[in-house]
Design a protein around this ligand. Structure first.
Ligand code: NAP
Length: 291
């Protein structure tokens, strides 16, 4: 491993969001840069909504190689970019920007990272019935990548924002000419929908620290024929994942999606094969430390 000194030639990447203090991306990326001996550094920049346009101009002016984009900028950053990857354009959200000599292209590696994490566990979405819980930012990216890859989808979201589920279902139906059902996330709908489900995805924040004692699906509904993917990564083993394991289901945790979205961004910025295991271990160390 090469020494990590910052030099006059160091290439800078980073993340913009508000807040950014708890992001694990700097640890994952800097560890990966060091592992490959790359003269790169990754920093977290807290950028308020009103400063977003200036920050994107600054990205060009300072010749920063690339950025991750997190809450609350994933949608509002779109019109500030020069090009969009077709999938990011369909989703309407960007989490990675690549700066090629002043031309900024937006990607959505949350979506691609989710798919990669699924495939790493030998699960191919084509022809599978997926029950997607949630209709927020992450659910939107996941819904599009699943529809793009031939899955059949049902979406359940809590009553409070049922219109988000309806909106996502309509957009997916129009984009891919498929039928997407949607409804309220409640015990009765869950029981009914889970019957024909192959892959259950929790894209709500239920079960996330400090609410780690909660689960969006009661243990009685889980069974061994399901693949259960919980995108919540803090705690790294959620109650849903624990109970799914107990029921004999195949499980995929949120850390896998987090690591793969980072790995794919790393590859876009460096054109190098990402050291995925090193990135995973560095993120895991942070999660264990924060517990
Ligand atoms: P978001 O846009 O705020 O969406 C949150 C979703 O959770 C919405 O569907 C919301 O429903 C639902 N929700 C919140 N509280 C709920 C409750 N008490 N009961 C039922 N549903 C509830 O957030 P996001 O960016 O999509 O993130 C969602 C989760 O995914 C977070 O835990 C985040 O850390 C995680 N995440 C993981 C990765 C990864 O790489 N593993 C990437 C992105 C996000 P309403 O629509 O009714 O508000």
């Amino acid at each position: 491993m090469k020494d990590a000194a910052i030099t006059g030639k160091t290439i800078v990447c980073g993340v913009i969001g508000d807040p950014v203090e708890h992001t694990m991306s700097p640890v994952m990326h800097n560890t990966a840069f060091r592992q490959l001996g790359l003269d790169y550094a990754y920093l977290a920049f807290r950028v308020k909504g009103e400063a977003l346009a200036a920050a994107i101009k600054g990205l060009k002016a300072l010749n920063i190689r690339g950025l991750n984009v997190t809450i609350p900028h994933k949608v509002t950053v779109l019109p500030l970019l020069d090009r969009l990857d077709p999938l990011a354009e369909k989703i309407g959200a960007v989490n990675t920007i690549v700066n090629d000599a002043g031309v900024l292209t937006g990607y959505n590696t949350d979506a691609a990272g989710f798919l990669q994490a699924l495939r790493e566990k030998d699960t191919e979405p084509r022809g599978k019935q997926v029950l997607l819980l949630g209709a927020g930012g992450a659910a939107r990216a996941i819904g599009f990548i699943l529809a793009e890859n031939g899955a059949q989808l049902s979406i359940l979201n809590r009553m409070q924002e049922l219109s988000w589920a309806e909106d996502l279902a309509i957009r997916l139906s129009r984009s891919y000419d498929i039928k997407v059902s949607f409804g309220e996330l409640n015990a009765e709908n869950l029981r009914r929908a889970i019957d024909g489900t192959d892959i259950l995805v929790n894209a709500t924040s239920v079960g996330m620290t400090p609410g780690a004692d909660r689960t969006p699906v009661s243990a009685a509904l889980l069974c061994s024929k399901l693949v259960v993917f919980d995108i919540v990564y803090n705690p790294f083993e959620t109650r849903l994942i624990r109970e799914a394991k107990d029921a004999g289901a195949r499980t995929i945790d949120g850390l896998e999606m987090l690591v793969w979205q980072g790995a794919l961004a790393f590859e876009l910025w460096t054109d190098k094969k990402p050291p995925v295991e090193v990135m995973r271990q560095s993120a895991l160390r942070v999660l264990r430390y924060e517990k």
